[in-house]
Design a protein around this ligand. Structure first.
Ligand code: GDP
Length: 430
């Protein structure tokens, strides 16, 4: 058995898509377990760039089964567009390779409208959500007024769910100053979505357990990152789901005893999209270097990402709450050309230095990072395929990340291309 959870260790966008794609030849099944179309993974193969919001990154390898688990909230329109895009690029020739859990909740047009109206109404204290309806869809799930993929493919059930729920949603929309929805337009959309998606909607938990029984190797794909987890992140500037490795169990329907390893993905520096604390943020020419060289624009929103030095406090926190057993460091190539590189080892407050991740955002106010400095390197490292080919300063930097986080490194990524990486140990080769 070799079942591995892959999680982001920072504020998302760590390059999970690329790492999952390069691991996929060793995997039989990829299951996405949380989040929605607010996440976006970018996979580059040769000249071709594929951005995936909902479909697991394993879809780009012909033999891999991809499951959208019950923990995901699913925007049918986004998923259909993504499936069409994959067909156009010559992928997904066998539709049974994409399975959607019957229990995955839907993101419906009223969720998106409520998300946007609420952000507008919040003014300066807005969260900076992507406006894709993810938060409102998770709220409905917990309030037990959500509508699931299994409901969508049963026309009578879908109609009765919409008729029950829509009056509540419309009242909320009117309160926020928006235009209410007519049930007929939603039923029409539902019929079209059902026509396109019903072949994929299955008992995904049963399917997954069948695969586990045959000894299949499973990768559980997380979206966003640990510092955006609704419980363990910088609340309230977080996403609306648990992003940590434990959520793989509830979001895919497996027990913790079925997980063998947890691979944390970390950028060699830090980025964040949206509002909220970010102690190592750089608003200078080095931040600009990271933003430009790292092409730090959101895959889903196109928003410019905030950039800063590597923050070991954040990644140590991720090591703890996810139980990381290994790390993949991405985008090491982006640091090439910097004379000096800084690593944050702790936060200085008025009267102390703390090395633990603050549990409340009020404790981030006024903290300044405590930095260590290391020499940089000038060589282009994107063609390195073994650790020995890295400049000694780059090796020393990676070794310091291991010391500060206490987690061994299994992969170092040195470019966006599929082949641009150094594998120290393959998590699935055990
Ligand atoms: P994800 O959501 O964690 O998969 O991250 P994104 O896809 O939003 O962002 C990662 C971006 O970095 C993508 O454009 C990748 O192609 C790119 N990328 C991943 N690894 C590397 C790397 O090692 N070097 C460089 N230069 N780019 C990388």
């Amino acid at each position: 058995m070799s079942n591995v959870v892959v999680v982001g260790t920072q504020w998302g966008d760590e390059g999970k898509g690329k790492v999952i794609d390069l691991l996929t030849p060793s995997i039989d099944v990829v299951v996405r377990y949380q989040g929605g179309a607010n996440a976006g993974h970018t996979v580059v193969i040769g000249e071709e760039k594929t951005i995936l919001h909902l479909v697991p990154s394993g879809i780009l390898h012909e033999r891999c089964l991809c499951i959208i688990g019950n923990g995901v909230v699913l925007d049918p329109k986004v998923l259909i567009d993504e499936i069409d895009g994959l067909h156009q690029q010559g992928y997904l020739k066998n539709p049974s390779r994409l399975a959607i859990s019957r229990n995955a909740h839907l993101v419906l047009p009223y969720h998106k409208l409520i998300d946007q109206l609420r952000e507008e109404a919040m003014g300066a204290s807005r969260i900076g959500t992507t406006g894709r309806g993810i938060g409102p869809a998770y709220e409905d799930k917990v309030a037990r007024i959500g509508i699931r993929a299994g409901d969508l493919i049963d026309p009578d059930l879908f109609r009765s769910r919409i008729e029950d729920v829509l009056p509540f949603k419309n009242r909320q929309i009117e309160m926020l100053g928006g235009k209410p929805f007519d049930s007929s337009e939603l039923l029409e959309l539902g019929a079209e979505w059902s026509r396109r998606l019903s072949r994929h909607v299955v008992d995904a938990e049963g399917l997954l357990h069948g695969k586990i029984r045959t000894g299949a190797r499973i990768l559980f794909e997380g979206a966003q990152g640990t510092a955006l987890d609704v419980d363990h992140g910088t609340y309230p500037y977080v996403t609306s789901s648990n992003t940590v490795a434990g959520a793989a169990c509830s979001g895919a329907g497996v027990g913790p005893t079925m997980i063998d390893d947890v691979l944390g993905i970390t950028k060699a520096y830090t980025t964040r999209v949206g509002n909220g604390p970010f102690p190592t943020e750089l608003n200078d020419e080095i931040g600009e270097h990271l933003q430009q060289r790292g092409k730090e624009f959101g895959a889903t929103t196109g928003r410019k990402r905030r950039c800063g030095w590597f923050d070991a406090v954040v990644v140590r926190h991720a090591a703890r709450v996810n139980g990381l057993t290994m790390l993949a460091v991405t985008k090491l190539d982006v640091l090439s050309g910097l004379e000096t590189i800084k690593i944050c080892t702790g936060y200085r407050t008025d009267n102390a230095v703390v090395d633990e991740f603050p549990s409340s955002i009020s404790q981030f106010v006024g903290v300044t990072p405590v930095y260590e400095q290391m020499p940089g390197w000038t060589d282009d490292i994107s063609s390195a395929r073994s650790e020995a080919e890295l400049p000694s300063a780059a090796k020393a930097y990676v070794a310091r990340i291991v010391e500060l986080t206490g987690v061994p490194i299994s992969i170092i990524s040195v470019g966006s291309e599929r082949s641009a990486h150094i594998t120290l140990s393959n998590p699935f080769a055990k």
